[in-house]
Design a binder for this molecule. Structure first.
Ligand code: ATP
Ligand code: MG
Length: 335
């Protein structure tokens, strides 16, 4: 038995249908966490890259953010470190798990990956780190480059050990891509943002279906909920998975106009909703299961190796798995 360590992943994803409010709610949640003084890494992994703007960056500044997707070889080289099972960056794919010799990432540290790929964003005096996959072009959709962009995020998540009270918040597409790669299993808590519409809840059903076999903690956050009828609809469709609902926010609207008010004057009902999200995420702390986390990583790696990775790289990627490696144990070794 490995002793329990004071480290815990607090990785949180916001997913949902296009336009449901993923970016808006991610950004509000990030602001909320920052206002409590928690260290936060914000990651924009959505097709529509709007998180920077939602965190108050000017469009031109947001457009200049360094793209993870454009720095893959560098990230791979850093993470593989001296891991003898990973011969080169070329043979490291998005699901390649860390092993003996790999470098891990921590939320609070400075490291070359953050230097190259993260930017500090100031939110009412508190700062968070922002990383973005980079914009997806028409050509990306469907094929390899698209995977490689979110792949950079998956790789970082698989190498990240974050401490109690530290948060990684990812604004993400609920597409089939995240199911093929295993990305959807990398979170301690997944908030599915749903408007009270049939389309909104159909994305929930699909997600739930994939999530079931992997023990993914999934909660629905109703957005743009206007009254009892909306609430009844969501409750009837998603039952106990409905965690909380958010109504129309004038604060958000003001922000959209380029006039972000101070966060502390966000409507009290919406602030309460954000506290509920944090409480739900924090409650997963004790449920942390590093062994399962590592096992799932390996599961998806083997699957990806067999379905395309071995062929693409010409290497035996299954041999990259370090059977004695537990993400948790390596923390003891290097912390
Ligand atoms: N609670 C809310 N109150 C007011 N406006 C909102 C609220 N939630 C979302 N919006 C507005 O709805 C629009 C879509 O929201 P947002 O961009 O967050 O959705 P998304 O799911 O990230 O969309 P995409 O799929 O394009 O990334 C935005 O203009 C946003 O300001
Ligand atoms: Mg968005």
């Amino acid at each position: 038995m490995t002793p329990r360590l004071p480290f815990v992943n607090m990785k949180i994803a916001f997913v949902g249908k296009g336009g449901s409010g993923k970016t808006t709610l991610s950004s509000l949640f990030i602001r909320h966490l920052a206002s409590t003084g928690s260290p936060v890494i914000a990651v924009d992994a959505d097709i529509n890259q709007h998180l920077g703007a939602a965190l108050g960056l000017d469009e031109d500044v947001a457009a200049e953010l360094p793209a993870l997707g454009a720095r893959l070889p560098f990230i791979k080289d850093y993470l593989r470190g001296s891991n003898p099972r990973i011969a080169s960056a070329d043979t490291m794919i998005k699901t390649t798990p860390p092993g003996e010799g790999s470098r891990l990432l921590r939320v609070r540290e400075n490291n070359p990956v953050y230097d190259a790929c993260a930017r500090e964003v100031e939110l009412d005096g508190d700062a968070v780190r922002l990383m973005v996959t980079g914009p997806f072009t028409e050509a990306d959709l469907g094929v390899a480059c698209y995977h490689s962009k979110t792949g950079a995020v998956e790789m970082c998540l698989n190498h990240l050990v974050d401490g109690r009270g530290e948060y990684v918040v990812v604004d993400m597409t609920a597409g089939s891509d995240s199911f093929a790669s295993g990305m959807f299993t990398r979170f301690d808590m997944t908030f599915l943002v749903a408007e009270p519409t049939r389309k909104g809840v159909s994305v929930y059903r699909q997600y739930k279906e994939y999530a079931r076999d992997f023990g993914v903690a999934l909660k629905v956050v109703g957005n743009k909920v206007q009254g009892q009828d909306d609430l009844d609809f969501l409750r009837a469709e998603v039952g106990d998975d409905l965690l909380v609902t958010v109504g129309h926010s004038d604060w958000v609207r003001a922000m959209e106009k380029g006039r972000p008010p101070r966060f502390e004057i966000l409507e009290e009902t919406n602030r309460a909703a954000l506290r509920a999200l944090q409480a739900a995420a924090d409650a997963t702390y004790e449920a942390r299961d590093w062994e399962r986390y590592t096992r799932q990583m390996v599961h998806f790696h083997l699957r990806n190796a067999q379905s395309w990775g071995n062929e693409k790289t010409g290497a035996d990627l299954e041999a990259q798995v370090d059977p004695g490696f537990l993400l948790q144990e390596s923390v003891t070794a290097t912390a």
